[in-house]
Design a binder for this molecule. Sequence first.
Ligand code: FAD
Length: 336
Amino acid sequence: MNHRITIDDSEVAFDCGPQQSVLDAALRAGIELPYSCRKGVCGNCAGTVSEGEVAGLGGPIRNDSCAPGQVLLCMCAPRTDLRLRPASWHRIDPDARKRFTAKVFRNQLAAPDVSVLQLRLPAGQRARFQAGQYLQLALPDGSTRCYSMANPPHESDALTLHVRHVPGGAFSARVAQLTTGDTLEVELPFGAVTLEADADRPFVLVVGGTGFAPAKSILDDMARRRVDRPITLIWGARHAQGIYLRPAIAKWQRQWPQPFRFIEALSGEQREGAFHGRTDAALRAHCPDLRAHALYCCGSPAMVQAVREAAHASGLAPSRFHADVFVNGPADAWAP
Ligand SMILES: Cc1cc2nc3c(=O)[nH]c(=O)nc-3n(C[C@H](O)[C@H](O)[C@H](O)COP(=O)(O)OP(=O)(O)OC[C@H]3O[C@@H](n4cnc5c(N)ncnc54)[C@H](O)[C@@H]3O)c2cc1C
């Protein structure tokens, strides 16, 4: 039996099946709530159930990455009609998500295991997305992979992806062989980040490996909009060559109106000027008091979880932790 879900202080209501996540039902009804991984890891979809009862999907209720009293809306289903208070919501513009046949324009090896892939959209076509969002790429077998846009939204005739080569990976292990003129089927945008809400606070970005891709889009976008707030970027890799786009950092350090602090965290190498250790340890060491900050984190599930714990121990409010998690497999369904 379906249950009716109403968003607090609004006229908005939608139905949700007993085995459907509240987030999924909202997205299908054209209501976008904050989300990224849809697998219970990133914590972006945390919300409050102000009336009614929910149950965990396929297990107990997950709220380890939420503020007290909240639940992950991607991991719970209604047991009764509900009233809901999500972190934010808006109506999805049905024309915003589009499919394109994109052409490889440039493909460069930025590190031994990272390709920077630049795609061009067909002449006259533009992609609309927000910094921090991602696309889905269709493989010949019909499966999909997600990749974050690394270019800022105003560069809307192109898409830049940073792809780490996963040994044996159906797409990433062969990305280096793509050449100019090859085509890829992509759909975008996906994901909903809520960075605007914290616009005045000092901002910390903690990224691991190609988790730098959405951070590059976010920071290029902020630079273009002349956002004036102190920034700290912590970028983690095993070795120095994993920090694969140093000119971008040097540029931000030159142009940012407020201090732009960059910390490279190298877990497998001691190097002068770099922090020796993981990103969560670098965060504890360099940002011991995060009570006034907002934080964006992107990387593997284990890394995001470790950074979340370090951030909360330093006083960051749970609602100001925003994450994208590079989970394996599609985070969203390829639209029919
Ligand atoms: C929202 C989102 C955004 C993403 N953005 C990016 C991005 O910008 N850049 C990027 O490089 N990746 C990104 N990813 C990960 C990406 O979608 C793929 O999962 C990854 O590239 C592997 O795909 P594949 O086809 O090469 O490997 P698959 O064929 O899917 O997997 C092959 C094997 O590798 C394992 N595997 C898959 N992924 C990983 C991994 N990350 N670490 C270890 N083992 C793995 C699988 O379990 C399997 O055994 C993102 C994921 C999500 C959900």
